[in-house]
Ligand binder design. Structure first.
Ligand code: RAM
Length: 345
């Protein structure tokens, strides 16, 4: 079965390329405490808090956030833990609240563990926007979602089904065990498999914690414990890159399929050497950019996060708040050898 986005590839690629060119111009990637230009629009201070530091996916989303904050004349900062563990973000939330930052933009490692800290920050006057991986809705003002969870799940199931002839054993290599985003996608993948792929059996789900070495080791262990494995789905950019690195020099290269969610720059060599055929993602730079503009609209009181609220997000145009305080960036996009060289993130 073909994925709908593949048919959109030319248009979507052009849009992504155009937007990435803008991102590249606006970013100096130094990641520290920079001051915005303070152009009279109010010096809105925005702190990005990814799941962990050192992940190229979040480097790109933070670069997009920084570009947006500079556009509206605010002050951007990025902080975060080294490991993607459930409560590792709490100390950074507390510090940001003490500093009185206007907005925190967070990708959560756990839907519950950072809730109290976020609500204390909100009580102290900090606006909280989640992006990429949500908390429970009562702990934030808005969630900026990269694509619908159903769309992300279906894209990955369609890809693995296509790559293994719609039959055989597969396993999932996920991120942290409590990650809100991956857990939602995995649940929907299980439902999609049960409904439409009776001959595919999901035999194991393991967690690499969005750590490269852990993900690499979990890949090796999966292949050991499941000798009939036909494919691996890794819905995390860290996991799929580590699994591809393992497979590429192993006897399983080209025999065990690998797909999921990856960044083009990390996956390019594995698409070119035949380890991976196709995988999906969205533009993390646009995701960070949109989250920063959503935070600004909340801080300025232009929106309150109610369904139907609309706001402008710079080069991305106008967005509307959907049910449950969510804003949707767009559709997932499929990368393969025909288009991967069009992207640089
Ligand atoms: C990793 C993180 C992130 C997720 C992507 C796909 O970088 O787990 O939260 O959205 O993969």
């Amino acid at each position: 079965m073909k994925i709908r986005n593949r048919r959109l590839s030319a248009l979507a690629a052009a849009t992504l390329v155009a937007s990435l060119a803008l991102t590249a111009c606006g970013s100096d990637d130094d990641g520290g405490n920079e001051s915005g230009s303070g152009d009279g629009g109010g010096n809105t201070t925005v702190t990005f808090l990814p799941k962990n530091l050192g992940n190229p996916y979040f480097d790109t989303s933070s670069a997009g956030g920084k570009e947006a904050v500079e556009e509206f004349g605010g002050t951007f900062d990025e902080v975060g833990p080294d490991t993607a563990s459930p409560d590792a973000q709490v100390q950074f939330i507390n510090t940001a609240a003490q500093q009185g930052v206007n907005a925190l933009v967070v990708s959560a490692n756990d839907p519950e563990a950072i809730c109290d800290a976020l609500n204390e920050a909100r009580d102290a006057g900090t606006t909280v926007v989640t992006f990429d991986s949500d908390t429970n809705p009562e702990c934030r003002d808005l969630f900026v979602n990269q694509a619908s969870a159903e769309g992300i799940a279906k894209a990955q199931v369609d890809l693995i089904a296509e790559q293994i002839g719609d039959a055989g054993e597969i396993a999932v290599l996920s991120a942290a065990a409590n990650a809100t985003n991956q857990n939602a996608w995995i649940k929907l993948m299980e439902e999609e498999l049960a409904a439409n792929h009776p001959d595919i059996e999901l035999v194991d789900t393991v967690y690499g914690d969005d750590d490269d070495q852990t993900s690499f080791d979990k890949t090796a262990a999966l292949l050991q414990s499941h000798p009939n494995l036909k494919g691996i789905v890794s819905p995390t950019t860290v996991g799929i890159a580590a699994a591809a690195r393992y497979l590429s020099t192993s006897e399983y290269k080209g025999k065990v399929a690998l797909t999921g969610l990856g960044t083009p720059n990390q996956m390019r060599e594995y698409v070119k050497d035949g380890t991976v055929t196709a995988f999906a993602l969205w533009n993390p730079g646009d995701l960070g950019y949109l989250a920063a503009f959503a935070a600004k609209a909340l801080v300025d009181g232009d929106i309150s996060g109610e369904e139907g609220d609309t706001f402008e997000a710079g080069k991305l145009g106008e967005f509307t708040v959907d049910a449950d305080g969510t804003v949707l960036l767009g559709d997932p996009f499929v990368f393969d050898k025909s288009n991967i060289d069009d992207f640089d993130f």
